[in-house]
Design a protein around this ligand. Sequence first.
Ligand code: BGC
Length: 346
Amino acid sequence: MRALTITPGTKDSLRLVDDAPEPPEEEGPVLVEAVAVGVCGTDREIIAADYGEAPPGEQHLVIGHESLGRVLEDPTGTFTAGDLVAGIVRHPDPVPCPNCAVGEWDMCRNGQYTECGIKARHGFARERWRVEPGFAVPLDPALAEVGVLLEPTSVVAKAWEHIAAVGARAHWEPRTVLVTGAGPIGLLAALLGHQRGLTLHILDRAKDGPKPALADRLGATYHSGQVADLDFEPDIVVECTGAPPVVVQVIDKVGRDGVVCLTGVSAAGEHVGVDAGALNRAVVLENNVVFGTVNANRRHWNAAAEALGKADQAWLADLITRSVPVDGYADAYAPRDGDIKVVLGF
Ligand code: BGC
């Protein structure tokens, strides 16, 4: 069968192989036929050999962690053939650590977790994959066109759960949220903010293209300047650019009792001049919390499926700006102006 593989440690080794082995039974009893795989920045880092690890004893890694598939067979009876599912990315470490032991593998303490298509576990960019029923998330058939957005939505569902957990430290009535970066994570974070009834502001460097209109359809105010120049102080910031100057500016900009949630994975090496004393003073005197978040557990995947089900389906569909057949994979992984989410179709 066909699969998209890379050789970890070798730059630009991405290729489509025709003779990949069928998924082994050890991956789980549920056999799934791939429908689509989403492309994200992590995939590009893996292709650039900055990241990514093959399963133990293997040289290649099947990539793809944003999945959508149809169940072919499930001897456990959890699913019926034809059901639409997405596969959970992270699997608990084998020890397990206290967090993995209670299903919170997104908060793994020892780093020995595995991730499909990323770390020591094959991904979903192959014609068929297998999964344990507990790691397959069912999707409403109405989400067939947009269900591939479930994985990035799970990441922001976790972000919002943790923002609420931080807020619960004291009485808190947040009104305004600023989302920086209008890529898929930023726009999906904004969608969840919208579903929580917050006043939305979205900031991105793009002045044109599809982003301003997508923001407008969520009822958000769109900004394309500098965070430092905004004339309001948000109660919540969801930072989705990972750009160091933006990160520093949002910490400074957030209002009293504010929460800054960092979701962007940045490369090391960019130094920005910071008055650390002033920044620390602002955070302390305003009771601010700055925290990072990555990945998602089953609870967040379920919340994400619910959020997608409630969303405007046409708006979600417009986040997918390119859908490329798997043969055109090289094109799909090459970023283009105006891209939001690029999806590979199987
Ligand atoms: C994925 C997460 C994963 C992270 C780090 C992200 O692109 O969405 O599930 O934990 O990369 O590997």
